[in-house]
Unconditional design. Sequence first.
Lengths: 110, 117
Amino acid sequence: QSALTQPPSASGSPGQSVTISCTGTSNDVGGYNFVSWYQQHPGKAPKLMVYEVTQRPSGVPNRFSGSKSGNTASLTVSGLQAEDEADYYCSSYAGNNIWVFGGGTKLTVL
Amino acid sequence: QVQLVQSGAEVQKPGASVKVSCKASGYGFTGYKIHWVRQAPGQGLEWMGRVNPNSGVTDYTQKFQGRVTMTSDTSISTAYMELRWLESDDTAMYYCVRDRAWSFDYWGQGTLVTVSS
């Protein structure tokens, strides 16, 4: 099972919006509405930000939103804040009780 | 509150085995599957597999089939991940994670496993 494809880096200024893509295949991202996104600050464990493509866990700001079109899922961070600077990973269910992650995107707030 | 507390850092020689524990608290242990995810230094996340504490049924990614065993002990709400025949490429932070709606909602603090001769 191959990893999902994410851009290595993304950036934006405070207050702007940034979108991070996550491309898979019809066997994972395109085949199931089970894409999730994780934020990881240096030296910390990842944190769930979005699940089931568009759902936010309680406590996650509504500045974070998810979407999907075909085999590509996206995470949009609106109103960028300094604390949003982190690594972001997507994950998808890939059938047969298997999950796969993306390679990660480093988000820089300029 | 939900917590997953993992065992401490390990240093192992190539060819050895390591067993990492993950003690759950704050929720019904048998009601949620536990996944294991690893992260090599400076690298991304890698899904390894999962265990269902209620049934003991496991699912592993092909890469680790035959080399990993995930188990659980419901009497002490603890999950375990054993990895055998360690190589230097197995040096990584290993996380246990609770399953929620096809995603991973609570993460342990991580256990650093270093493989070095």
